[in-house]
Design a protein around this ligand. Sequence first.
Ligand code: F0G
Length: 344
Amino acid sequence: MPQPLIERYREYIPLEPGDPIVSINEGSTPLVPAPRLSERIGANVFLKIEGANPTGSFKDRGMTVAVSRAKGRGAEAVICASTGNTAASAAAYAVRAGLTGAVIVPEGKIAIGKLAQALIHGARVIALEGNFDDALLIVRELAERHPIELVNSVNPYRIEGQKTAAFELIDELGGPPDALSIPVGNAGNVTAYWKGFQEWNTSPIMYGFQAAGSAPLVIGAPVAKPETIASAIRIGSPARWEEAMNAFNSSGGRVAAVTDEQILDAYSWLATNEAVFCEPSSAASVAGLLTHGLQTIDGMAKPETVVCVLTGHGLKDPDTALGTAPSVISCANSITAVEHAVFD
Ligand code: F0G
């Protein structure tokens, strides 16, 4: 039986003694070798398949801890701003905890699978005429005004849960990877991995990648109107800005940008070469390595073992898949027609 991550890493997660464990058996996700990618990058590359979490993204790691604490302190409702995955995860864990959930998403800018998830779990889904950054400002204020638990990654328990992904890497590889490559949006996940690595006294090189149209950390200033096909990381003002920059700088890594075209190329390439279907935002971690290589600062050894974090499942965003992949072949109902369709 898979173990809830709170049980697997109990001593490292600062829940209170009476807190319930609100879990859907998240974590313990596959770490898959990527032989063809390894060849292209010139290192031993592994893919951390976070889409294998119960709601299809890494958010479940943070949500199990944040919602357990919320329940433990007697909250009756949870709220978040989201580009989709946090919404899906919050909606599911709210059900598990018997809480009500409200999620605020940028109108028309979240992938259809994520919307379906939030709705089917019964959350109140509010489409804001604004972007993620606007939504986050609003929910922060609402959580001050009302007895409702904010479960965005500004909530420290989210980070405590998400850091377990770093523990799993160390466990499975028998030590830390030399480098980690990760997509960056609100910058909670890179903060969490770095915290996890630091707690085990390790410091892999941290490479973060943002979409070129939404790359505040790369340009060094907030982006008022972020744009990218990678809707999960369409964020102009990351909440954990300083912590993310600290992770890049103190590990000898860096944050860089990748274009939508580079993201989509990596996205299709992974599906057709490594048999891994992730969402476009996740593919930014691979696009970044393919575009920028394994850059190191002077005197640092080139990383040999590299993990790319694939943050969410490709099924979340079927529209992008269908818009990117070759078309279906229509066929008349006869053996010869099928023969031509298959073999020509
Ligand atoms: N990848 C995916 C699939 C995401 O959903 C997110 C963030 C990120 C990467 C970036 O992680 O924000 O911790 O730097 N999604 C959030 C959401 C913002 O609302 O679902 P980050």
